[in-house]
Write a protein that binds this ligand. Structure first.
Ligand code: NAI
Length: 250
């Protein structure tokens, strides 16, 4: 059996990679041999995460960026190419929530979530596709959510943003298929992270009643599907959405 690392020599950008699901994705891609560009708005946390990976022998660097700003995306991708020579993989993982019922949702709450989750994904995708086109290879994975497919009370902004990143993955997949760039989305269900730790107990219980597996997922459960979509095993898979949700949405 081969012990070859499938992502040896690849350079991966993971937005929101400092903690949570993004950090687990970094860990999995690095275990398969990838070098890591860990992009986050919290530079100190991203730096600590990069240091952890470096101590384990991984080629990793932290980059401060607000994904909502196109100029941050352009500068980060230029810096990554200057530091590592190229970019092979982009995981659009940075995301936020500002939940409330539609009637109470302010314009600011709407704009903030759309700016980070949807525009941030557009900004980084736009920044990487040109270099990926030139090298005639690339993998892009957008982290969506099951609520982007089914809606959720109190998440008008968030669910719309996640439906948006699914549509963006499909469109980008079509536009760049002949350039050998595959673009897919992963839709996690209820995953145990800092984001979901904020939820009240009733909301957590409500989730569990609709999950056939009767438990939340781990960040590593999402990371292994992301790894598949970044590996050569998925070279003929593009424009797809894969749920990682314990069977919540079928
Ligand atoms: P988290 O809050 O633990 O981590 C998100 C990371 O993104 C943080 O490091 C944060 O600093 C960074 N970030 C936030 N805004 C940013 C910005 N403007 N620019 C750059 N970085 C920024 O969240 P978690 O749970 O790890 O979520 C990761 C992704 O997975 C998000 O897109 C989220 O919507 C999605 N997701 C999470 C689920 C869950 O159950 N935890 C379920 C479905 C989707």
């Amino acid at each position: 059996m081969s012990t070859e690392k499938r992502l040896e020599g690849k350079v991966a950008i993971v937005t929101g990679g400092a903690r949570g699901i993004g950090k687990a994705i970094c860990s999995r891609l690095a275990a398969e041999g990838a070098s890591l560009a860990i992009v986050d708005i919290m530079l100190d946390v991203a730096q600590a995460t990069a240091d952890e990976f470096k101590a384990a022998g991984v080629n990793a660097r932290a980059y401060a960026a607000n994904v909502a700003k196109p100029e941050d995306a352009d500068k980060t991708v230029a810096d990554v190419i200057a530091d590592f020579g190229k970019v092979d993989i982009l995981v659009n993982n940075a995301g936020i929530t500002k939940d409330t019922l539609m009637l109470k949702m302010t314009e600011d709450m709407w704009d903030a979530v759309i700016a980070v989750n949807l525009k941030g994904t557009f900004n980084f995708t736009k920044a990487v596709v040109r270099p990926m086109m030139k090298q005639r290879a690339g993998k892009i994975v957008n982290i969506a959510s099951v609520v982007g497919r089914m809606g959720n009370v109190g998440q008008a902004n968030y669910s719309a943003s996640k439906a948006g990143v699914i549509a963006l993955a499909k469109t980008t997949a079509k536009e760049f298929a002949t350039r050998n760039i595959q673009v897919n989305a992963v839709a996690p269900g209820f995953i145990e992270t800092d984001m979901t730790a904020k939820l009240p107990q009733e909301a957590r219980d409500a989730f569990l009643t609709v999950i056939p597996a009767k438990r939340g997922g781990k960040p590593e459960d999402v990371a292994s599907v992301v790894y598949f979509l970044c590996s050569p095993d998925s070279d003929y898979v593009t424009g797809q959405v894969i749920n990682v949700d314990g069977g919540m949405l079928m």
